[in-house]
Design a protein around this ligand. Structure first.
Ligand code: SF4
Length: 363
């Protein structure tokens, strides 16, 4: 097991990886500039999200908010709408709050000091180090899951990498190995290696620019490192939801607390919904009565196709019901709009799925 590298081996390892990165780096839009704002947006979007999924969102987001000040000035609803479908909406809310704080406290420029960056909402040690090293060349090592895996394999470090003591040691090793003359490139090179070559399964060691330094490879341990993490047990939930449709093809969405499941609908606009235990139709009818004070369910609730929707460790079964009504209720905290236009509001991907079956069911 190895966390530290002696000279001149460390310098050779750094040189090999940096050279490889400079010739093989993928051409990604956030690499086109050193603007901290653009790098920050990319780092937040890339959290728990694949690059291919991020690309169209990144482009659209920056077309709408080309500068940090433009983002700070925007209405939260617009920020969330442009994030709709990307998931983990707390990221968008924090991004927006942080942009406002940067305008108020840092003259509209992403702060230079680690301490100031860490004080912003939604910015942890990894994101701060990534942005500051790439944009301002500050010598800070960025340690995420990809980088940890590469470092663990290079040093043949066994065990669950997320155990705090082990993670701390990896963080120390990452600082020690950091190429201080090019910290931004170095951090990106490690991430790139982890994403493209030193992948979780079947690392391509033959193509690896640092294979000759790798202890896991030398000891034939690449399959065992890192150790598999214990998965959190899946939580099964059944959510019944009502799509009310009037004769003009309009529907009603809600957002008030208590009318939603925060994991599935992320406090965005959604169809009225409730978690059900036994009888979905009865429980949904009761929920609608409670929500809007109806004496009875608004109309006959007609079942639409069931949907599966996994989010993190939740395995949700969505049970959509269509109700045709003569008139939609006009109540505070609701929005009425055409069923096929709900994407104009910020909605989660669960709501998008429900809307899609409702649109085909109402055609
Ligand atoms: S040699 Fe293989 S296991 Fe080692 S760092 Fe390279 S890709 Fe990863």
């Amino acid at each position: 097991m190895r966390h530290q590298w002696e000279e001149p081996e460390r310098a050779r390892l750094q040189l090999s990886l940096l050279r490889w990165f400079r010739t093989h780096r993928r051409d990604l839009p956030w690499r086109a500039s050193r603007d901290p704002y653009r790098i920050w947006i990319a780092e937040i979007m890339l959290q728990q999200t694949r690059i291919a999924a991020v690309l169209p969102y990144y482009d659209r987001f920056l077309r709408n908010f080309p500068t940090l000040r433009a983002l700070a000035r925007a209405r939260q609803e617009k920020v969330l709408r442009l994030w709709s479908g990307l998931g983990y909406y707390t990221r968008a809310r924090n991004l927006h709050r942080a942009a406002k704080e940067i305008v108020c406290n840092h003259g509209g420029k992403f702060p230079h000091r680690l301490r100031d960056a860490l004080a912003l909402p939604g910015i942890g040690r990894y994101t701060a180090a990534a942005v500051l090293s790439i944009a301002y060349r500050l010598p800070l090592a960025a340690l995420d899951g990809n980088v940890a895996r590469v470092l663990a394999r290079l040093g043949a470090i066994r065990g669950d990498l997320r155990v705090p003591r082990r993670w701390q040691r990896l963080a120390g090793g990452a600082e020690h190995l950091l190429a201080r003359q090019a910290p931004g490139d170095w951090n990106q090179a490690l991430m790139e290696l982890g994403e493209t070559i030193c992948t979780p399964q079947n690392p391509r060691c033959k193509d690896c620019p640092v294979s000759r330094f790798c202890l896991a490879r030398a000891r034939r341990l690449t399959r065992e490192i890192p150790a598999a993490r214990r998965k959190r047990a899946a939580v099964n939930v059944r959510i019944a939801c009502a799509i009310l449709a009037d004769p003009r093809g309009r529907t009603i969405l809600v957002r008030e607390p208590g009318a939603h499941d925060s994991v599935l609908f992320s406090r965005l606009w959604q169809f009225p919904a409730v978690e059900v235990r036994r009888e979905p139709l009865t429980e949904l009818g009761n929920h609608l009565r409670k929500l809007w004070g109806f004496g009875s369910p608004p109309a006959r609730l007609e079942a639409l196709p069931t949907l599966r929707h996994p989010v993190t460790f939740h395995k949700a079964t969505l049970l959509p019901f269509m109700a045709r009504v003569a008139k939609l209720p006009h109540l505070a905290g609701t929005r009425i709009l055409a069923l096929n236009q709900i994407l104009e509001l910020p909605v989660s991907s669960a709501t998008r799925k429900i809307a899609a079956v409702a649109v085909s069911g109402s055609a």
